[in-house]
Design a protein around this ligand. Structure first.
Ligand SMILES: Nc1ncnc2c1ncn2[C@@H]1O[C@H](COP(=O)(O)OP(=O)(O)OP(=O)(O)O)[C@@H](O)[C@H]1O
Length: 292
């Protein structure tokens, strides 16, 4: 095991977001997720609180349960998985009590998500503007003309250059970064208060990734959106997150303020992740830590 990197070598987390402005929007308490087919708990004891304008990051190795945790919060676990211990509350409501109708109302309007591989979430044969407008029509009940205007506004809000042009383009005409902006526009169309970004920048090159992260930070600052950011990349977490959970094999091995976890990791696995990232430049987005 390589030694822990000296704190002075590590980057500083992004400037903290403004103080929380309300009660928690999303609370996970000791969540266990069971694979009924396999007869075992895959996620064992995840908990965090997310307040408006804040960002919680989840990092960890492939298969550690990051995506299942997000899917549990979105109410979209795969068929044979269930939350078998602990609780998840969205805006004060235990999601175990929600009816399918209540879930339909909540999804998009209160909690929303973007994932890796945006192209797979878009219909290849429908122009992207129409796809965003459709979300607005369904979720907000706007008419065709108003939905088109709203779609253009959303496309401007996610900093797509020339929204009028992009509105009329098909997914195959757009780059990966543009597609992810389109997906973010659709995800925020109904004004959610929580956005889960699960490896949303993983497939993008470093420059585009940084632009998308800036966009998420900008949306958070402007609208008070609360973010859950899942990434295998500590640099992403360092840039965006107030708090970080480090997951390994379904368990949270370390959790705390991003600054503390990245600069004074307590768990050997966190140190290993940091050392791996240091080898190819964790600080590529970040200011160096100031001397104490
Ligand atoms: N639909 C599914 N069917 C069967 N097993 C699944 C399913 N989804 C996840 N799993 C299993 O649950 C475990 C946790 O998966 P999860 O996708 O949450 O991990 P992850 O930390 O998000 O990994 P990655 O970083 O690779 O996305 C893995 O062992 C995975 O094989």
């Amino acid at each position: 095991m390589p030694p822990a990197a000296a704190p002075a070598d590590l980057p500083r987390a992004a400037d903290p977001a403004p103080a929380p402005t309300g009660p928690p929007l999303l609370v996970l308490d000791d969540v266990h997720i069971r694979d009924r087919a396999g007869g075992r708990d895959i996620v064992r004891g995840v908990g965090f609180e997310l307040t408006p304008g804040k960002t919680v990051g989840i990092v960890g190795e492939s298969g550690s349960g990051k995506t299942l945790t997000c899917r549990a919060a979105l109410g979209i676990l795969p068929p044979h998985f269930e939350v078998d211990r602990g609780s998840i509350a969205i805006d004060g409501t235990d999601i175990a009590t929600l009816t399918p109708r209540q879930w339909t109302d909540l999804r998009g309007a209160t909690i929303s998500a973007v994932f890796q591989d945006p192209a797979s979430y878009l219909n290849p044969s429908i122009k992207v503007g129409a796809q965003i407008a459709e979300v607005v029509r369904v979720k907000q009940g706007l008419g065709r003309r108003a939905a088109r205007h709203r779609a253009l506004d959303l496309m401007a809000a996610v900093q797509l250059r020339d929204p009028e042009l992009v509105h009329g383009q098909y997914p195959f005409e757009l780059s990966g970064g543009m597609l992810q902006r389109v997906l973010i526009a659709a995800a925020i169309a109904a004004g959610p208060r929580i956005l889960i970004a699960d490896e949303a920048t993983t497939a993008l090159d470093v420059t585009v990734q940084a632009e998308i992260l800036d966009l998420l930070a900008d949306l958070r600052e402007r609208t008070g959106l609360a973010l859950v950011v899942v990434s295998h990349d500590l640099a992403v977490v360092a840039q965006l997150c107030d708090e970080v959970l480090v997951m390994r094999d379904g368990k949270v091995v370390e959790q705390g303020p991003t600054e503390t976890v990245l600069h004074t990791p307590r768990h050997a696995y966190t140190r290993l992740l940091i050392d791996e990232h240091e080898s190819y430049g964790l600080d590529r987005f970040l200011a160096p830590r100031e001397a104490a």
